[in-house]
Design a protein around this ligand. Structure first.
Ligand code: NCD
Length: 345
């Protein structure tokens, strides 16, 4: 086996989470089944209550390493706050790792993880610059890796918080019309979300992007194989009135994506709000992974359908749930079961 074949082999042996409380590497959303997702959501709900009451130091002996090889505000702060609320120690945190780690000296990504493994952390949270490096890391690491975004590959923990938000707001995850709008070629959040929403029954996905930024074949292949109905469009106005979930994204300029002013209008919320959203789709929610560009004006923030700030908060609790399910699954299960008992009483 060549080194590349070895990596591919290992990557296909990522843990598949089937109705479990125990998580290990979190690399891509295809790993998860529906019961496991609902375990995460139930636990996130419990942890939210616990945070509000004060003490939830369930991971006091756990050491977390975080390494960000690309810029991040939300994901980095979210994981670090999640670590802190759980009483775990953020033992080492490297921002701008392509400048401040030995990667700058030419160390390979694989050696980076071999080295980190020797330091005995319990969890490694990483944002990668290169697509596919999360799988590579998982193939050499005995310590659980959380992919906090890899190039234009995936961003699984963002998709989990997105789905948690949809469930909290709409009370269901099936039978939904979901519009994924913006840079579908280079945006990793929409890719992870498409894989995840494809797991639930009778969802229809409407991809809306300029022609040059349309969704990649790998996603379409997956949807075809799983018999998920989808269509492709170039203007949000074509589909906005039919949507239950409108998931906006920015154009990934730093990854070379370009857009004309006319195309920008066609994937922005402003016209849709003016022309369509006021009169239809009462249960339509508007989401965005943030940071936003011109596609959503801050004027929309007060609209009750705007859920993007709520997403940020939900992400804190789903990420706490993921950390707890990696390092103390018994406690995770206990918290949810105990809560059910209290409801029964
Ligand atoms: C996204 C990301 O980094 O992929 N942000 C996030 O993590 N919430 C979206 C983006 O950068 O466009």
């Amino acid at each position: 086996m060549t080194a590349l074949e070895q990596i591919t082999f290992n990557a296909y042996h990522l843990p598949q989470y089937r109705n479990t409380w125990k998580l290990s590497h979190i690399i891509e959303t295809q790993q998860f089944d529906i019961p496991t997702l609902f375990n995460i959501f139930a636990l996130a709900k419990e942890l939210k209550k616990t945070v509000n009451y004060g003490n939830c130091h369930y991971l006091e002996n756990i050491r977390v390493v975080s390494q960000f090889q690309e810029a991040s505000s939300r994901t980095k702060n979210s994981f670090e706050m999640a670590t802190s609320f759980l009483g775990a120690l953020l033992a080492s945190s490297t921002e701008n790792a392509l400048e401040f780690s030995s990667l700058v000296k030419g160390e390979s990504q694989a050696d980076n993880f071999r080295m980190l493994n020797q330091l005995h952390p319990d969890i490694i949270i990483v944002r990668f610059k290169n697509t596919g490096d999360a799988k590579l890391a998982a193939s050499v690491s005995q310590i659980p890796i959380i992919n906090a975004g890899d190039g234009h590959g995936q961003h699984p923990t963002q998709a989990i918080l997105d789905v948690d938000t949809i469930y909290n707001e709409l009370g269901r995850l099936d039978n939904l019309n979901i519009g994924l709008v913006g840079d579908l070629r280079k945006g990793r959040t929409v890719r992870s979300l498409a894989y995840l929403m494809a797991k639930f029954k009778q969802n229809k996905i409407f991809f809306v992007s300029p022609p040059s930024l349309s969704v990649n074949e790998d996603i379409k292949d997956y949807l075809n194989r799983h018999h998920v109905v989808y269509s492709e469009h170039h203007n949000l106005l074509e589909v906005a009135k039919d949507l239950n979930v409108l998931y906006m994204t920015r154009i990934q300029k730093e990854r070379g994506s370009e857009i004309t002013p006319n195309e920008q209008v066609s994937v922005s919320l402003t016209e849709a709000v003016k022309q369509i959203l006021p009169t239809s789709a009462q249960d339509c929610i508007v989401m965005h992974p943030l940071p936003r560009g011109p596609e959503i004006s801050p004027d929309f923030d007060q609209d009750p359908r705007a859920k993007y700030w709520k997403q940020v908060e939900n992400g804190l609790f789903t990420r706490m749930a993921e950390l707890l399910m990696i390092s103390n699954p018994e406690k995770a299960r206990y918290l949810v079961d105990n809560s059910k008992n209290m409801v029964l009483l």
